[in-house]
Design a protein. Structure first.
Length: 373
C-alpha cells in the first residue's frame, strides 16, 4: 500500500480513523474473559514469538495461540468457562455478541503468498503490571503492510479484533492504544499462525513515569539539549528538530515530556524472546518520534542515549543496542521486532552504558541492551 507510514500514523489517532483503514469486518468487537469464540480447541504452544534473531514481542503463556477448529465465530461465550455454560463465580463482563465477528474471509486468496491464511479475528486480553484488566473500551489494533483492523477491550481486558481477510501473520502485530501515560508496544502475531482465529494470550501494558523533562520542539531546530528520565539520558544535537508523532502532539505539553521506563526483569520475556539475550530494556515517550535538521529536504539525524549500568555489565564491556521496529518507519527496523541499531560500551568505572562515537538512534521507540558477542 502506498504511503503506508502516513496511513498508520493517521490510524493511531483513534477509532474513527482506524475504522477506515481497510477491514471489511465490523467496526469493533469484544470477547469475554474465559473462552475464544468459534472453535474451542487450542493448537500449538500459542503466542510465542519466533526464537530467531530479530524477533520481538514474545507472548505470555495462554490457552494456546491458534484455534484449530473451523468456522470462525460461534455462539456467544460466557465468562470463565470452556463449554459456554455460565460460571456463577465469574465477574460480570460486558461483551459484544460473537455473531458480529466475521464468519468467512471476504477477499480472494489467489496470488497471495503461501504464508497467507484466512484470519477471522485476533483475540487477546490486555492486563497491567498486576494482572488486572486495563480500562474497558480501550482501542486495540492489528496492523501490517496491507491494512489495519480495530477492536476494543471489554471490562475483563479481553478483545476480539475482526479481520475477515487473508493475511500473513508473520508481518502483522497488535497494539494497545494507551498513550501517553502507558507504554505503547507492537505485539507480534505468532509466526506461521494458520488461523482462522489467532489468540495472543495476555498482553502486558505498563505505566510510564507520570512526568518527565520537556523536550524543546522547534521546527526550525532547537539548541542542543540533554534530558534525563530515570536511568536514561537523551542527547539531541544543536539545530535538530524533534518531530513528534500525531498522538504526542495531541497530548500537548505532556506529549513533549521525555519519559523512560526501565522494564522490570520479570516482564522482559513478555516483550522479547529469550534468544535475544536481553539484559536491560526501556520503553520511551514520545514514542515513534524522529529527529531531523530542518531544510528542503529535511535531513534525518541520530540522537544519543546513555544508561545507568546498575551492575548489569562489567566495566569496559561491549554492549549491543537493539531497538523496536515501527510501522511508521518500516525501513529502519523490521516492524514489531528488536534489531541491533548501535554499539555501546560500559564506562571504565562501570557506572554508565554509553553509545560509541558516531553511533545513535534515528527514532525513539523501545531499546534493549545485551552483551556484545
Amino acid at each position: 500500500m502506498k504511503h503506508w507510514a502516513a496511513l498508520v500514523a493517521a490510524c493511531h489517532v483513534g477509532a474513527w480513523l482506524l475504522s477506515g483503514c481497510g477491514t471489511d469486518g465490523p467496526a469493533a468487537s469484544s470477547r469475554d474473559a474465559g473462552g475464544a469464540s468459534g472453535a474451542d480447541s487450542a493448537a500449538g504452544s500459542g503466542g510465542e514469538a519466533s526464537s530467531t534473531g530479530g524477533t520481538g514481542g514474545a507472548r505470555s503463556p495462554g490457552d494456546g495461540g491458534v484455534h484449530d477448529g473451523a468456522g470462525g465465530a460461534g455462539t456467544p461465550r460466557d465468562s470463565g468457562t470452556r463449554d459456554g455454560a455460565a460460571d456463577p463465580d465469574a465477574p460480570d463482563v460486558t461483551t459484544t455478541v460473537d455473531a458480529s465477528l466475521p464468519r468467512a474471509c471476504t477477499d480472494a486468496d489467489a496470488g497471495l503468498p503461501d504464508r497467507a491464511h484466512c484470519i477471522l479475528h485476533i483475540d487477546g486480553r490486555a492486563v497491567d503490571a498486576m494482572g488486572a484488566p486495563i480500562a474497558t473500551h480501550t482501542l486495540v489494533s492489528a496492523c501490517g503492510p496491507a491494512q489495519c483492523a480495530p477492536g476494543y477491550t471489554s471490562s475483563s481486558g479481553a478483545f476480539s479484533i475482526p479481520v475477515g481477510l487473508h493475511l500473513d501473520p508473520d508481518v502483522y502485530s497488535a497494539q494497545l492504544h494507551v498513550r501517553p501515560d502507558r507504554a505503547a508496544f507492537y505485539y507480534a502475531l505468532p509466526k506461521g499462525a494458520p488461523g482462522p482465529v489467532i489468540d495472543l494470550g495476555e498482553l502486558r501494558v505498563l505505566d510510564l513515569p507520570a512526568h518527565g523533562p520537556s523536550l524543546n520542539v522547534v521546527r526550525t531546530g532547537a539548541p542542543a539539549q540533554a534530558v534525563t528520565s530515570g536511568d536514561v539520558t537523551l542527547e539531541v544535537a544543536d539545530g535538530v528538530y524533534v518531530r513528534l508523532d500525531v498522538e504526542s502532539n495531541l497530548a500537548g505539553d505532556h506529549g513533549r515530556e521525555f519519559r523512560a521506563l526501565a522494564i522490570p526483569g520479570n516482564f522482559v520475556p513478555d516483550f522479547a524472546d529469550a534468544s535475544l539475550g536481553v539484559v536491560a530494556m526501556y520503553a520511551f515517550e514520545p514514542f515513534e518520534s524522529s529527529f531531523e535538521v530542518p531544510g528542503a529536504p529535511a535531513r534525518p539525524v541520530t540522537v544519543r542515549l546513555s544508561f545507568d549500568n546498575a551492575g548489569r555489565f562489567a566495566a569496559g564491556a561491549a554492549v549491543d543496542v537493539l531497538a523496536l521496529g515501527t510501522y511508521v518507519y518500516p525501513d529502519w527496523v523490521t516492524p514489531a521486532a528488536f534489531e541491533k541499531v548501535a554499539t555501546a560500551h560500559v564506562t571504565g568505572d562501570g557506572a554508565k552504558v554509553v553509545l560509541d562515537a558516531g553511533e545513535g538512534l534515528l527514532h525513539l521507540t523501545w531499546v534493549a541492551l545485551r552483551a556484545a558477542p
